[in-house]
Design a protein around this ligand. Structure first.
Ligand code: MLT
Length: 237
């Protein structure tokens, strides 16, 4: 097994994804939100890049509409991108979600050429690591980044998954230097993942928006035992 990490989703190529298992990370907050929603009673999440497309899908197909831009709920949307909005499950049976976010939903779609695409975060690190090992292919860790730039929270999420992979593997997997750096980062923050999220620039931005509880939630290592799969057009457990 060989592991590669792409620190921003725009850097990943179809060539790198071909025949591999991809794990996509937008720890703050899209993939944490998706994992939370699918572990709390939502049946399916459609990750959508464009706001108008998301609105149209929700209108025409009766889906629940959620999304953010700049960390804040999109005007007119009933739900934003806080995992806490989804942790109590769907309301009135509306259990299919269409979600559009600044970077995360596009990152998930950018990994579509992989053999399998898993949704990774700190809150499901062990489950997603085990699912990827079970697949038995090379692994490509796709970090969403922010506006095309490296984002520490995503690298940290990838690092926690790597820690689980290394702990579970019979032999030490080969990994590139970017994956190795993520592993070292997770080892540095392993006693306190929340500190890692608080140190990150996106974490600081969310703190400034009064979203401290989102950081607490996204830092809860192995809270869930699910590894949601992106297939076709949607994500399911
Ligand atoms: C994103 O897609 O960039 C994020 O999920 C932003 C956020 O809501 O914090």
């Amino acid at each position: 097994m060989n592991i590669k990490l792409f620190p921003v989703a725009s850097a990943v190529s179809a060539d790198a994804l071909s025949g591999a298992t991809a794990i996509v990370f937008d720890v703050l907050r899209a993939t944490s939100t998706i994992v939370t929603a699918l572990s709390s009673g939502y049946r399916r999440v459609y990750p959508v890049v464009n706001v108008n497309e998301a609105m149209q899908m929700a209108r025409e197909r009766g889906f629940c509409l959620a999304g953010e831009r700049g960390g804040q709920k999109i005007t007119g949307f009933p739900l934003g991108n806080s995992p806490l909005e989804f942790s109590t499950g769907p309301v009135a049976g509306a259990d299919i979600l269409v979600l559009t976010t600044s970077n995360g939903t596009a990152a998930i779609r950018s990994a579509a050429a992989a053999e399998k695409v898993l949704t990774g975060s700190i809150i499901n690190a062990r489950a997603v690591a085990r699912a990827a090992i079970y697949e038995g292919r090379n692994i490509v860790l796709v970090c969403a980044g922010s506006g095309g730039l490296y984002s520490l929270d995503d690298i940290l999420g990838a690092g926690f998954v790597l820690m689980e992979i290394v702990a579970a593997a019979d032999t030490a997997p080969a990994m590139d230097d970017q994956a190795l750096a993520a592993l070292c980062l997770a080892r540095y923050y392993k006693q306190d993942p929340l500190a890692g999220l608080m140190d990150s620039n996106h974490g600081k931005k969310l703190l400034g928006l009064g979203l401290k509880n989102d950081l607490y939630w996204c830092a809860r290592l192995n809270l869930y035992d699910t590894a949601p799969i992106f297939q076709g057009n949607y994500i399911e457990n």
